[in-house]
Design a protein around this ligand. Structure first.
Ligand code: ATP
Ligand code: MG
Length: 293
């Protein structure tokens, strides 16, 4: 009798070890796609790296707030690499449903099979889940993240009637551009107040010049001039421009210049046309460019 119990116990142990091994293999292969193999180029601007590390260590959800093209996504890629975590990014849009995040049953021949959504994947296997422009998502979607962002750290999977407990390495990050919101479309306080929030802005001149040089290959003098133009354009935010010109666009201008496009033409297509459709405004911006290039 004792022998039997031992035998059964040993078999169960081996079975569960085998299951565990298979789980680990599956988990590794599933998450492999989300690993960042090469270190992304990122120049820290302030204390954001330390804050991110502290948020991760202390299981604090994190929100990145700032204008388009100022380095939020690049920063996340860098942190995921630095912390050796997979990074699952979801670009939120107005049709994004809770099922898109959590998962759904799919028809597979005559049967149905469950497919985890990106949020469930990260919750189960660990890593950073990044909900980009969360405010675009439907209201019912934002509510799904609430139990994940307090000390419960759970994700109810309603369609399956189950609850997932977040892996120790799971971290939720969201991004948000306050400039674009209307009263109708803003994050609820009950969502906002679940995240520590790091504000991003365009990098200071010397750093932004370094970034433009590194990313586009343009020479320093040109990078300095591109930044001067950017300063002047950014001052027009709220005075004819909805948004200043992004670091991303400065890099695009640099790339075109390196490829031989004439300076003013490069500025028109990379810095002016994307940010305004107003002919008068475009002319005013062209004059600014002409005063520098
Ligand atoms: N601090 C930085 N270090 C290195 N590169 C940077 C930095 N900030 C911005 N960049 C460059 O600017 C580009 C645009 O940044 P990124 O895509 O991260 O912007 P974003 O804030 O995520 O914009 P969006 O809100 O539109 O998604 C990056 O591809 C990168 O080349
Ligand atoms: Mg981004």
């Amino acid at each position: 009798m004792i022998m039997n119990t031992c035998f059964r116990h040993r078999t169960m142990t081996i079975c569960s070890q085998e299951k565990e091994r298979k789980n680990i293999v599956m988990r590794e292969s599933e998450m492999q796609n989300f690993r960042i193999e090469e270190e992304p180029f990122y120049l820290p601007i302030s204390d954001e790296v330390r804050l991110f590390e502290l948020a991760y260590e202390n299981r604090l959800p994190l929100m990145l707030k700032g204008p388009t093209g100022c380095g939020k996504t690049r920063f996340l890629g860098y942190m995921a690499y630095k912390l050796s975590l997979p990074l699952i990014t979801v670009a939120c849009h107005e049709d994004l449903t809770a099922s898109d995040l959590v998962g759904r049953y799919l028809l597979d021949g005559s049967q149905t099979r469950w497919q985890d959504g990106p949020l469930s994947l990260a919750v189960k296997h660990g890593g950073i889940c990044y909900l980009d422009e969360i405010v675009e998502a439907r209201k019912d979607t934002t509510v799904v993240i609430h139990p994940l962002t307090d000390d419960r750290r759970i994700l109810p999977v309603e369609k399956r009637g189950t609850i997932l407990e977040a892996d120790d390495t799971f971290m939720l990050t969201i991004s948000y551009n306050p400039g674009y919101q209307t009263v109708l479309k803003d994050l609820k306080q009950s969502t906002k107040q679940r995240f520590i929030t790091v504000e991003f802005d365009y990098p200071p001149a010397s750093l932004e010049e370094e970034i433009v040089i590194h990313e586009s290959g343009v020479d320093r003098a040109t990078a300095v001039n591109l930044r001067k133009i950017a300063d002047k354009f950014r001052n027009l935010k709220g005075r004819g421009l909805d948004e200043g010109v992004s670091t991303r666009l400065l890099i695009y201008a640099g790339v075109l210049i390196v490829k031989g496009i004439e300076l003013r033409r490069a500025c028109s297509v990379a810095l002016i046309n994307p940010i305004t459709d107003d002919r008068e405004m475009q002319k005013a911006l062209e004059e600014i460019v002409a005063s520098i290039f």
